[in-house]
Design a protein. Structure first.
Lengths: 408, 311
């Protein structure tokens, strides 16, 4: 890693790099334009790094440079500090799991044999291999008793990719490279596989480099995202939250597309923000006139009526309370928009947009009223996220400038 | 942040708890019923057809006078006469007597085994050469056109000429050696081409995955590419073998052994007593041998095709 690039390409809060690319590039013979421009990249240990970019930007090529499926024409690859640029490529690949979109299971081998590929290459004994295969099938959600002796042609696309992941994890590699692994799978199954894979990753904590062209998948899967432009030049490298809050240039904001602000709401939870706890509230059976007075005194239009256990039940406004014979608990629309503190702000937004009163009511596990979240509060959060990200980048820029001054 | 994102994913998964069940199986467990055991209709029909063609050619060629119209008329006469000849039980009886009483089944069998030896030796050599060469051509694309071209030229050389050419080569001379070399040359093209086609046909993503998990070039070839290409290669070997069984009948003309001896003797004696019977013995034994070998190849294909890629 060259120092002048450090601020842009290595987030300051990243853990130790597992893989480090130093000026790695690829220029094919006979071509004057490099397919991958000299690239410096630290891939943090135990995290998912997503390489995302438009078609043909060279993100797959970049991925294949890491396990030397394509030999880099310049630069060094460091693997946990060890220079692997010139070691035996086949042996290197046995230490790096590799998953591709087309899966590429060996059709003449059973599922168990497929999964056992790398352990067999490494010469493990039979009992150990068998245990490992069963463990991996369990881990990827396939019953070993059913699938062990089946052949790839008997599997659906989703099942095949589960086996593909199991095969890549065969000898428990530190690193997993995934080239659009869920790209050829139908949306419903893809969503399920993504969720399962994230849960799996929370157990196995591998260093994963994940290539996709789908920004939504990148946001969902990535601990960090590198947005690549032409010739695999890194345009922005950061956490999904910060990229969504603060795209550094036009290219990035075009690529992440509209609605990126809303996507950012997925990363914050209701419990992390301050709720409105001064909202006018009454309990069923309270005196109507008293409640009417309190509502008039507050700046709000609506009043929340709780039942006797403290659970939100109805919304009422002044007109409803003024109606002859109105009692608290008998008039006004039912409260439907309720969120738990661990819901995301995106969920909260959806709820409050559907609600009559334009408010999302925060409740605890027992359903009791805790506070109110409204659009203004969500807007504040978005502003804060944006400001935080901007401050982060400003600090980086200042640090880089200082360093440049210090080094001259 | 990590924790939250995992939980977030977890929360999403929880909302679709029912989706968490294993994906419905694409196929019910248990063995899939296989196709009914087939009678090898094709080889039998092929054999009968070949026998008829040989018989007609023989009939049309007994008077080599370049009279095309006459030849066609004689061919027609032959076709018209065929039912009569086929139903003439005397002919069958004469042939049966010849084989059973005069020649003896054991000698027919011995000649058949010699024939098999010729074919087997040449096929073994051709298979080895072709597979090694095929792997090379698969790797080195530039060699493909020239090498396949040469192998095609072999097939255009008239068989009798090719067999005879080796007589004049020192160290080969008369006997079985020349025919074995000639048969090997004829067999290379079908096997070679099928080896290249078979290796080409292996899905790119499978090769990519094999490289990606760290199989070396040799391991990839032996564990992945050749097993997957095997059904296609075997088809090439089968075609070449059946071709060779017929061509090998020429061997006795250059001093070799095999079932061609009966045909040669018959031609030399024609139209003497037992001439036709001798020729028919050669023809029928060759056809029967081809049928049996074809059956063996069917069995071989079933037993050597990996279970996962059987149709």
């Amino acid at each position: 890693m060259t120092d002048e690039n450090a601020p842009t390409y290595a987030p300051d809060d990243a853990p130790e790099p597992m893989i480090r690319l130093e000026g790695v590039g690829k220029t094919y013979p006979g071509s004057s334009v490099p397919a991958v421009e000299r690239l410096d990249l630290d891939i943090p240990k135990g995290e998912i790094l997503v390489l995302v970019g438009p078609s043909g930007c060279g993100k797959s090529t970049t991925l294949r440079l890491i396990n030397r499926m394509i030999e880099p024409s310049e630069g060094r690859i460091l693997f946990d500090g060890e220079d692997v640029t010139t070691v035996n490529a086949d042996q290197l690949r046995r230490r790096i799991g590799y998953v591709i979109q087309q899966v590429g299971l060996f059709p003449h081998q059973t599922i168990a044999e497929n999964v056992a590929t790398v352990p067999r290459l490494l010469g493990w004994d039979k009992a150990r291999i068998r245990d490992r295969v069963d463990e991996l099938l369990e881990l990827t959600g396939l019953d070993p008793g059913i699938y062990r002796d089946r052949y790839p042609k008997e599997l659906s696309g989703g099942q095949a990719q589960r086996v593909g992941v199991a095969r890549a994890l065969g000898a428990d590699p530190e690193v997993l490279l995934m080239d659009e692994p869920f790209g050829a799978i139908d949306p419903i199954t893809r969503d399920r596989l993504q969720n399962e894979f994230l849960r799996l990753q929370s157990e196995i904590r591998k260093t994963i480099v994940f290539v996709t062209h789908d920004i939504d998948e990148a946001i969902k899967m990535g601990d960090r995202i590198a947005i690549l432009g032409e010739r695999s030049v890194i345009r922005q490298f950061d956490t999904p939250e910060r990229i969504l809050a603060y795209p550094v240039d036009e290219f990035v904001s075009d690529f992440i597309g509209s609605g990126s602000t809303l996507k950012g709401l997925n990363f914050e939870r209701v419990r992390d923000i301050e709720w409105n706890t001064t909202f006018p509230v009454a309990t069923e059976g309270d005196d109507v006139a008293e409640a009417r007075r309190r509502l008039a005194a507050s700046p709000e239009v609506w009043m929340l009526v709780l039942d006797r256990e403290g659970r939100p039940s109805r919304w009422v406004n002044e007109t409803m309370l003024d109606a002859p014979g109105a009692t608290l608990g008998s008039v006004g629309p039912q409260v439907r928009a309720k969120v738990l503190p661990n819901a995301t702000l995106h969920d909260a937004l959806e709820e409050l947009l559907l609600s009559n009163a334009g408010q999302a009511v925060v409740i605890d596990e027992k359903g009791r009223y805790q506070g109110i979240v409204d659009v203004d509060r969500l807007a504040d959060v978005l502003k804060r996220m944006r400001a935080d990200a901007k401050r982060h980048y400003d600090q980086l820029a200042t640090a880089a400038a200082d360093e440049a001054v210090a080094s001259t | 942040m990590r924790e939250e994102r995992i939980q977030h994913a977890g929360a999403e998964a929880q909302t679709s708890r029912t989706d968490e069940q294993p994906i419905p199986e694409a196929h019910p467990p248990g063995p899939v019923p296989g196709p009914l055991r087939r009678i090898p209709v094709q080889p039998i029909a092929g054999g009968i057809f070949a026998a008829l063609v040989i018989w007609f050619l023989f009939l049309a060629d007994t008077r080599a006078d370049n009279d095309v119209v006459g030849g066609v008329r004689r061919l027609w006469d032959g076709i018209v006469a065929l039912p009569g000849i086929l139903t003439d039980t005397d002919g069958y009886r004469a042939w049966w007597r010849y084989v059973n009483d005069r020649e003896g089944w054991d000698r027919v069998l011995a000649n058949t085994l010699e024939h098999v030896q010729l074919v087997a030796a040449s096929m073994l050599a051709a298979t080895l050469i072709s597979i090694v060469l095929g792997v090379l051509l698969h790797r080195v694309r530039g060699l493909r056109a020239p090498v396949l071209g040469v192998a095609s030229v072999f097939l255009t050389i008239p068989s009798l000429a090719l067999f005879a050419v080796f007589i004049s080569v020192p160290g080969i001379g008369v006997g079985d050696r020349g025919p074995i070399i000639a048969l090997t040359m004829y067999s290379i093209l079908p096997i070679l081409r099928n080896t290249v086609t078979g290796l080409e046909g292996v899905d790119r993503s499978i090769i990519e995955a094999a490289r990606g998990v760290g199989l070396s070039t040799t391991q990839r070839l032996l564990r992945i590419e050749l097993p997957l290409a095997w059904p296609v290669i075997l088809t090439g070997i089968r075609i070449a073998t059946l071709l060779n069984i017929g061509i090998a009948a020429i061997a006795p003309l250059v001093g070799g052994t095999g079932l061609g001896g009966y045909v040669r003797d018959g031609l030399q004696r024609y139209p003497e007593f037992t001439a036709v019977e001798r020729m028919w013995t050669g023809v029928l034994a060759t056809v029967a041998l081809a049928l049996v070998i074809d059956l063996l190849f069917n069995v071989l294909r079933r037993t050597t095709t990996p279970k996962g890629i059987r149709p």
